[in-house]
Design a protein around this ligand. Structure first.
Ligand code: GTP
Ligand code: MG
Length: 342
């Protein structure tokens, strides 16, 4: 009740100038509810929601034993509910044209730099994908995040999606003043732009994980969130699991987190941008002796990985490291008062 009120208050405050479509999102989603499934009554549904499972998709991808644990129902009931959810969602194969159609719903968010957009395939970062930027301190990871937080609010003809941003800040580096500068540079109202960015400070890795449920909930409540930014993805995990003996634990948790992120991005057609630090890798004899934290776990889960470093005369160099459909190119961009530019 109070949450609903809060949400509608936020919606009223939404910038209409930069983004007139923001208000139209609610009311359109008449998807089936959890309680439409066999064996899932209001009590069980409430339990599931408390565990962060709000929609059929989240339930459909669970195993019967996981669902049985979370919901406190028998495995047979759990299996039936999962099968029913899968049936309703039509999760099987689709032919190539249907698949292409699904891909059409993908949206793009400009980085502000044509050359960086080109590196990412032409139009910036994409929804239904995780884009990871890794690099040393000062390489521009956070600045790119802040720029995306503003650009997502632009209308499509200007390279945005008229959407809101969720910014999960693990290091206390979110700077409203920088957001305002970037907004001003675009000729937008800085206060309104700031209002469309929902910021949460994650105090530890558990909190960081928990916040994803909050994001699902806000989207369910009609918030037109189109990008999720996590800056930094790995800092808490790295700090909390620092011993050699804890590495396997850390990787396992990171792995689970990455899968939650993928699911969120796929379910809600969300763009996900995460930043990652690097560490020196003494085993690397040639080339740049830095590797990203989280290793293969993060690397495989991220759809696009770009490596950022400082270039000549204050410029930045971005290199595409891993992508399903793009060449491993390199390009130059700049960080300015107005955000990322060519
Ligand atoms: P860590 O979080 O420390 O790992 O680094 P990061 O990669 O997130 O670095 P970040 O994106 O914060 O980049 C910081 C750099 O951006 C600064 O060293 C500046 O070079 C540049 N920068 C930040 N703000 C401005 C600005 O207003 N104008 C200009 N020209 N450059 C800026
Ligand atoms: Mg940073």
């Amino acid at each position: 009740m109070t949450l609903k009120k809060e949400v509608s208050k936020i919606k009223d405050a939404v910038s209409e100038e930069i983004n007139p479509e923001l208000k139209k999102e609610t009311g359109k989603d008449k998807e089936p509810k959890l309680t439409d499934l066999p064996g899932i009554g209001p009590t069980v549904s409430a339990k599931l929601e408390a565990a962060g499972i709000y929609d059929l998709m989240s339930l459909a991808v669970m195993t019967p034993s996981d669902l049985s644990d979370v919901a406190g129902v028998g495995e047979a009931v759990a299996r039936k509910a999962i099968q029913a959810a899968r049936g309703m969602l039509d999760l099987g194969f689709m032919d190539g044209t249907e698949y292409a159609k699904k891909r059409e719903s993908i949206h793009y968010i400009t980085t502000g730099s044509e050359s960086l957009n080109a590196l990412l395939g032409g139009r910036g970062i994409t929804s239904r994908a995780i884009t990871e930027a890794f690099g040393a301190f000062g390489s521009g990871k956070t600045q790119l995040g802040l720029t995306l937080a503003v650009n997502v609010q632009l209308p499509p003809e200007k390279g945005g999606v008229s959407g809101k941003c969720v910014f999960i800040d693990t290091e206390g580096t979110f700077r409203p003043s920088r957001v305002k500068q970037i907004a001003e540079h675009l000729g937008a109202n800085p206060e309104k732009v700031l209002k469309n960015i929902l910021v949460a400070r994650a105090f530890n890795s558990d909190h960081q994980i928990l916040l994803l449920d909050k994001v699902s909930e806000m989207i369910k409540n009609g918030e037109p969130i189109k990008i999720l930014i996590i800056d930094s993805l790995t800092a808490h995990f790295r700090a909390e699991f620092s011993g050699r003996g804890q590495l396997a634990d850390r990787q396992q948790r990171l792995n689970r987190y990455m899968h939650q992120l993928m699911r969120l991005s796929e379910t809600h057609n969300l763009a996900v941008y995460v930043t990652n630090q690097v560490m020196a890798n003494p085993a690397q004899l040639f080339g740049d002796p830095t590797t990203a934290i989280g290793g293969h776990i993060v690397g495989h889960a991220a759809t696009y990985r770009i490596y950022l470093r400082r270039g000549k005369a204050g410029s930045r160099v971005a290199k595409m490291i891993d992508s399903p459909d793009l060449p491993d190119n390199e390009t130059v961009f700049n960080v300015t008062v107005g955000g990322i530019v060519d």
